[in-house]
Design a protein around this ligand. Sequence first.
Ligand SMILES: [Zn+2]
Length: 142
Amino acid sequence: MPFVNIKIYEGHGKERKDEIARRVTEEQVGSEWRYTVTDENGNPIAIGNTRRRPTISQKRLAQTLNPTCVFPGCRMPARDCDIDHRKAWTDGGPTQEHNLVPLCRHHHRLKHRAWRLEKLVVGEYLWTSPLGLTYFVEAQPP
Ligand SMILES: [Zn+2]
């Protein structure tokens, strides 16, 4: 996988790091890139990749932090689940640990229809149904 280092100079704002990295990598349609964004002193301030599929270590971390499917009431062990981009890849959701959660196939498909999933903190989620009802979910052992 190719690698690119993007240096952010003072005045460009660190808050734009993901936008800049995404813009650069979007120019490489179909390629998979790993990138590091550094400040003007070369200190890393963000890392990421343009891979849609999570790496094995990203998948294992998502499964460790969330031992089961994170849909309300579902007890499907995370090892038997899909790894979902909480914010969809097609909407700019990165393949990074903070955006990956285990969902069983059934609830993965359901989420992409009309449910909304928000991450509150690590292991705590808020689901909103198509009717606007909300459900709090806390990661627990299966
Ligand atoms: Zn489920």
